[in-house]
Write a protein that binds this ligand. Structure first.
Ligand SMILES: CCCCCCCCCCCC(=O)SCCNC(=O)CCNC(=O)[C@H](O)C(C)(C)COP(=O)(O)OP(=O)(O)OC[C@H]1O[C@@H](n2cnc3c(N)ncnc32)[C@H](O)[C@@H]1OP(=O)(O)O
Length: 197
């Protein structure tokens, strides 16, 4: 018996492609927030995921497992692996659809152990959309884009308004996020000018 959600994506989901302003293939994606446990450079013990848009508009993220990420001796903690997928899937939805979303449901299949020192290559793709609901899935392979599959995950992200964050989040943290996003947008525009003067 399979415990996974059947009929993925659900029958009411329609195919979804990237937003016209989505980053082009080959683009390396910036961290979305310096204090994010998944991608932020200010979180010393965080996962420090790095992501880029692939030629087929999937998003490939890498995460190197360190000693701080152990569960069993020498092996990655399953919860942290799920966190890495949450980040990779969220980055895929946020960057490709240019919409604020949050994880509503995340299901993870752990296929083989992930040793400390190995690097997970997580390839994520949009599967479908129904109203505010976006369905996205990913595979994580060990040490190479074509390495053995270690995990598979599926998630439902729900689009929210900015009020989701202003109502529930911390105003100082939101202001820091806003400033970082503005600086990154300015840097991206400058890079565009450098490439296309
Ligand atoms: C460039 C930027 C990069 C950005 C890169 C960002 C990367 C971030 C990566 C990390 C992401 C996170 O950690 S996010 C943090 C973790 N997640 C959260 O904190 C979310 C907490 N939950 C909530 O706030 C809420 O439950 C919501 C927003 C998910 C939904 O509440 P709501 O807005 O009132 O909407 P609601 O009507 O309940 O649900 C909308 C639709 O979704 C369905 N739905 C809701 N939850 C579920 C569920 N668990 N399983 C199935 N279906 C569900 C409902 O049935 C409904 O379907 P229908 O009736 O319409 O058919």
């Amino acid at each position: 018996m399979s415990s996974r959600t059947e009929n993925w994506p659900p029958a009411d989901a329609e195919p979804v492609g990237p937003h016209p302003d989505a980053p082009a293939p080959g683009t390396e994606l910036s961290e979305h927030y310096a204090e994010c446990f998944g991608c932020g450079h200010e979180v010393e013990l965080g996962l420090h995921l790095r992501s880029a848009v692939a030629d087929d508009m999937s998003v490939v993220s890498t995460f190197t497992v360190r000693k701080d990420h152990q569960g069993a001796p020498g092996l990655a903690h399953g919860g942290l692996l799920a966190c890495a997928f949450d980040e990779a899937l969220g980055s895929t939805v946020g960057n490709l659809l240019r919409t604020p979303t949050v994880t509503a449901r995340l299901e993870t299949d752990f296929v083989r152990p992930v040793p400390v020192g190995s690097t997970l290559h997580i390839a994520a793709r949009l599967d479908g959309r129904s109203g505010r609901k976006t369905y996205v899935s990913a595979e994580g392979r060990l040490d190479a884009d074509d390495g053995p599959v270690a995990l598979r995950a599926r998630a439902l992200f729900v689009t929210v308004g900015v009020d989701h964050f202003t109502t529930h989040g911390d105003p100082d943290a939101i202001e820091k996020f806003r400033q970082t996003a503005e600086a990154e947008a300015a840097a991206a525009e400058q890079r565009g000018w450098d490439v296309n003067p």
